[in-house]
Design a protein around this ligand. Structure first.
Ligand code: TXA
Ligand code: MG
Length: 325
């Protein structure tokens, strides 16, 4: 279905219009500190189904329900002492907690894909929190991109994928973190890392006072976090990881000033952070993949990114960008 997509700003008027659209069952993309989300009323099954349709998502994966604060989250999920400690320390912020769902809370089965658990998140941007306060219901929101494509970090990225397929986008400028939230399941006091993201493993483990459990389900075809399919965040170009030489016809996506042999022939070179700053690299990662696609690049060579702190999420996204489609 084609519709006119309103461009809204993050002013009081813009957010009031966005909130009304969401309350009426509309689809509105909005900025969080990680990436732009495509929001719909989590209690409205038709709105949630519309999100899958707009993204062209082939199957129903469980989605994250966004709420303005921990008090609101507790109406929808059961927080044990471990979950509470994480929520109190990291919310608002780039952490999603998967906890047992509260029965009869009104969240549509489609939003949780029929699972007995629910993913909850309190985003940190003032635009998102004000919007969520005004909607007064949980807002389910995957990243606001076409299914399988690179997540959007600007309103222009959202429109490039979804113009004419959603009701509105709230433009709050580029996102700060640039990779999605870290997803941690907390069930029976055990915290399991389902997706690396904006909150680093080391900060989480410092607060937990121990190690995160690794996602036990190693079969990539049946991940315990069902949205974590191997190919995702994918540019059109073929991606070759951790190269030690750049081949003819490749673009170079590099980090920390690295220029492997053959770099001088690269069809295009983007350095995620000349100074080797992982936060800068994360913030620019998806935009860089989109720029390479826009330039018509067909093959991308990447140099290694340290696998610590935000590097873990960057490497996770790069592996998925490189996976066979
Ligand atoms: O930063 C983010 O998290 C962004 C912004 C918009 O908030 N949202 C986002 O949503 O990345 P999405 O739908 O792309 O990713 C949701 C992730 C998926 O990996 C999904 O499998 C997992 O959360 N998830 C959701 N509910 C779950 C559940 N009940 N059990 C296990 N994993 C779940
Ligand atoms: Mg996504």
């Amino acid at each position: 279905m084609t519709r006119r997509t309103l461009r809204l700003d993050a002013s009081a008027d813009g957010l009031a219009t966005a909130a009304q659209l969401l309350r009426d069952g509309g689809l509105v993309a909005f900025p969080t500190e990680t990436v732009y989300g495509l929001g719909g009323d989590a209690t409205n099954g038709r709105a949630v189904a519309g999100i899958y349709a707009a993204k062209g998502r082939p199957s129903f994966n469980p989605l994250i329900s966004h709420v303005p604060d921990l008090a609101a989250a507790r109406a929808f999920g059961a927080f044990d002492a471990v979950a509470l400690r994480l929520a109190e320390r990291f919310w608002p912020g780039p952490l999603t907690l998967v906890v047992p769902a509260v029965a009869g809370s009104g969240v549509s089965d489609l939003a949780v894909a029929g699972l007995p658990t629910i993913a909850l998140r309190v985003p940190a941007t003032s635009a998102a929190r004000e919007l969520l306060r005004q909607v007064g219901r949980p807002v389910t929101a995957p990243s606001a991109n076409a299914s399988g494509h690179v997540s959007p970090t600007t309103a222009a990225h959202v429109l490039a994928d979804l113009d004419g397929r959603i009701d509105a986008v709230v433009d709050g400028g580029p996102t700060q973190v640039g990779v999605e939230s870290t997803v941690v399941a907390v069930v029976d006091g055990v915290a399991t890392l389902l997706r690396p993201g904006g909150v680093t493993r080391s900060t989480l483990e410092a607060v937990l006072g121990g190690k995160l459990v690794e996602n036990a389900d190693a079969d990539p075809a049946r991940p315990a976090s069902p949205g974590m399919l191997a190919s995702h965040y994918a540019p059109n170009a073929q991606v070759r990881l951790n190269v030690d030489e750049v081949r003819v016809g490749e673009a170079l996506l590099t980090f920390g000033g690295a220029r492997p042999p053959g770099s001088e022939h690269a069809v295009m070179t983007l350095d995620l952070s000349e100074s080797g700053d992982l936060a800068e690299a994360a913030a620019g990662l998806f935009g860089a993949l989109r720029r390479l696609d826009a330039a018509g690049v067909t093959a991308i060579a990447t140099t290694p990114v340290p696998d610590r702190d935000l590097g873990e999420a960057i490497n996770d996204r790069l592996r998925r960008a490189a996976a066979p489609k």
